[in-house]
Design a protein around this ligand. Structure first.
Ligand code: FES
Length: 169
């Protein structure tokens, strides 16, 4: 998090909620924003804040695609592997990313820049094959587009205040 103001706001929301556990995803996401991923300690913190059993929090954390239980890179690339993207060549896209970055799905580059993860349909079938980079959608993608995007992100990471996709288009 969160700034102190965001933390206060979250705690106020929890206190005002009839069913605090309904805020579980918001709390996990806020702690993930703070730490970069949802650590074991953050699972415990979520459980404490919401009066839940840590196992319940763990179940939710592992269900949600965008909650990371392990550290991830600066750029998290979700490659859609659902049917429309598959028909439009997502295997080629995923394979090219793995080759270019030198990692497999579920892995992070040694420099901590990129994490590759598969994802179910992200709702951009009209732009297949599509990926998300820090939840911002890109597509339809060619190999050349991908190479340009990876280069741009690498260069931006080196620049002060470099690009940090975070909003869906
Ligand atoms: S199948 Fe890939 S975005 Fe829908």
């Amino acid at each position: 998090m969160p700034t102190d103001a965001q933390k206060d706001s979250l705690e106020r929301e929890i206190q005002a909620a009839d069913h605090p556990r309904e805020l579980a995803v918001d709390v996990m996401a806020a702690l993930q924003d703070r730490d970069g991923y949802l650590s074991d300690a953050a699972v415990m913190e979520t459980a404490r804040l919401l009066g839940m059993d840590p196992v319940e929090v763990e179940e939710l954390a592992t269900f949600y695609t965008f909650i990371y239980r392990e550290p991830v890179g600066r750029y998290v690339i979700h490659v859609c592997d659902s049917v429309v993207c598959w028909m439009e060549g997502s295997e080629t896209i995923g394979g090219h990313l793995m080759g270019t970055l030198g990692i497999g799905m579920g892995e992070t580059t040694p420099d901590g820049l990129f994490t590759l993860l598969p994802v179910c349909c992200i709702g951009y079938c009209d732009r297949a094959p599509a990926i998300l980079v820090n939840r911002k959608a890109y597509g339809p993608l060619t190999i050349a587009d991908l190479d340009a995007l990876i280069d741009r992100l690498r260069n931006a990471a080196d620049a002060p205040g470099g690009e940090n996709p975070g909003e869906e288009e």
